[in-house]
Ligand binder design. Structure first.
Ligand code: NAP
Length: 483
């Protein structure tokens, strides 16, 4: 049996480990940089942190939870679910916590990966699987003077719960999926909230509900109900995903719902004009909230759309020269989503540096394998993120595919599997042609790198991805023996 190292103990890494274990591969170690599992759900503790994908779908298919307390679960419930699943599958003993991978090197002679962690420990394995996510490193904005601020500031993904916000003047920078969750939570506490909005967000109503005991009973007692509930949510996501690429009419209907939501929730025409997006819906990630717009209508909130010119000791200066004096600045400015696997130094066959191979933007065959990097697999790699839908469905597709590749390696002990460069190139050319048809081209977002290339998203339904990744096709690979 090949030995395997998995990097990351979030949904991706744990899902991979369970897939391996369920298929008889037990020789794996999960290296996790933090002291707990959970990935983004461990890290993002900001007030109101929740998932805007319904829990029946945002969970492992083989680990349904009939008693989710609500449709759109909060962070604490999701984190508890991840813990419970990891415990049930006996994964805790396979995780090494506090082990941040800094380097990994493929040895051409032994055909093994040597993996170094921050404490200087070196481990070897036949197979290396990265499951470090796309949103694990917060992005601070490049605003001049950011270090000169004399008050307190923090990033949404590094929320400082020691800082009391009650009665404070707070600046919030950013209007993404994180910000629209914490702004309604903090607005009632703060003396004044100034929201610095660079780009207005498309916001859809959130059809949330607490699941009543009767709902839990039905799911427990009637066979097939958990699956039926999951499939219903999946079909809704698939329909909208089709709209993003194939049927723009669907997206027009969704735009109309969002426009109506804004009209109903924001009566003031001046504020409504500020909050009206000037780019097509779907370009940035769709957002869901019933309390974001109402919070912005409160008298203690100002929405500032004049660009920020600098951070000064007292607060935020905008391009019109106004200094907005504040006590706290919250940066809801997102993540370094296009810097896949960075800052790990990954060296493949012949010492090939992954950062060099990806100098023009990350790319991989089906988001999982890279030429010249044998026996390396990526979970949630390039172009596997979704505009709509559950990423856990994608992670399960990847786990199955990677497991089937590992089975092929295990059948020929000591062999190395490497994707053919022409296969990977043709795949990515076709992918980019299809991506050119999507709304993701019409604005800036974390889906695109600095050069504008869409490196993060999958242009299709989750079903189409699953069809393509059902099983490894050995014709796409060189499978060679290590001499
Ligand atoms: P984000 O979507 O990348 O949003 C970052 C925000 O910061 C944007 O509004 C951006 O403005 C603004 N910004 C960045 N630099 C700025 C600057 N220099 N000056 C002014 N504004 C600046 O980040 P996020 O809200 O943390 O969300 C990231 C992703 O995490 C989401 O897309 C989603 O995939 C995931 N997430 C999911 C959930 C969930 O419920 N499932 C919840 C939270 C997050 P521009 O738009 O103008 O660039």
């Amino acid at each position: 049996m090949p030995s395997i190292i998995i990097i990351g103990a979030g949904f991706g890494g744990l899902g991979m480990a369970m897939e391996l274990q369920r298929n008889g591969f037990h020789e794996f170690t999960i290296l996790e940089r933090a002291t707990d599992l959970g990935g983004v759900w461990r890290e993002n503790t900001y007030p109101g942190a929740a998932c805007d994908v319904p829990s029946p779908l945002y969970s492992f298919s083989y680990e349904p939870k009939p008693d989710w307390p609500q449709r759109y679960s909060g962070r604490a419930d999701i984190q508890a679910y991840i813990h419970a699943v990891a415990r049930r599958h006996g994964l805790l003993d396979s995780i090494v916590f506090g082990a941040e991978v800094t380097e990994a090197q493929f040895d051409d002679h032994s055909g093994q990966w040597t993996v170094l962690t921050g404490d200087g420990t070196s481990r070897t394995a036949d197979i290396l699987i990265s499951a470090v996510g796309q949103l694990s490193r917060p992005a601070w904005p490049a605003i001049p003077g950011i270090d000169s601020f004399e008050g307190t500031s923090f990033h949404s993904a590094l929320w400082d719960h020691e800082v009391p916000l009650a009665g404070k003047r707070v600046a919030c920078i950013g209007t993404g999926a994180s910000a629209i969750q914490y702004i309604p939570e903090i607005q009632p506490q703060v003396e004044h909230l100034t929201l610095f909005q660079r780009t207005a967000a498309w916001v859809l109503p959130k059809f949330d509900t607490d699941y009543k005991p009767v709902h839990h009973r039905v799911l427990r007692k009637i066979p097939g109900m958990p699956l039926a509930e999951r499939v219903s949510w999946w079909l809704i996501g698939e329909t909208v995903a089709l709209g993003l690429v194939e049927f723009p009419g669907i997206v027009r209907v969704v735009s109309r719902i969002a426009e109506k939501h804004l009209e109903e929730q924001v009566p003031d025409p001046e504020l409504r004009a500020k909050l009206t997006p000037d780019y097509p819906i779907g370009c940035k990630r769709g957002l869901f909230s019933n309390d974001y717009f109402p919070a912005l209508c409160e008298p203690n909130v100002d929405v500032v759309t004049t660009p920020i010119s600098e951070i000064v000791p007292q607060g935020v200066r905008t391009a019109d020269g106004t200094v907005h004096a504040v006590d706290v600045i919250v940066y809801g400015t997102g993540f370094k989503g296009t810097e896949f696997l960075w800052p790990m130094k990954i060296r493949g066959r012949g010492g090939r540096n992954l950062a060099d191979a990806w100098a023009d933007g990350a790319h991989a065959y089906l988001g999982m394998t890279v030429p010249e990097f044998p026996n390396l697999f990526l979970v949630y790699g390039p172009n596997t993120n979704l505009g709509v839908g559950s990423i856990i469905y994608m992670l399960e597709s990847q786990a199955r595919y990677i497991r089937s590749a590992i089975q092929a390696i295990a059948e020929r002990p000591g062999s190395r599997l490497e994707v053919k460069s022409e296969t990977e190139r043709a795949y990515n050319e076709a992918l980019q042609e299809r991506l050119a048809l999507t709304p993701w081209n019409f604005c800036t977002s974390w889906y695109r790198n600095a050069a504008g290339k869409i490196t993060n998203n999958w242009p299709g339904t989750t079903r189409s991805y699953r069809r393509r990744t059902r099983k490894v096709n050995l014709d796409d690979f060189y499978l060679t023996r290590v001499d």
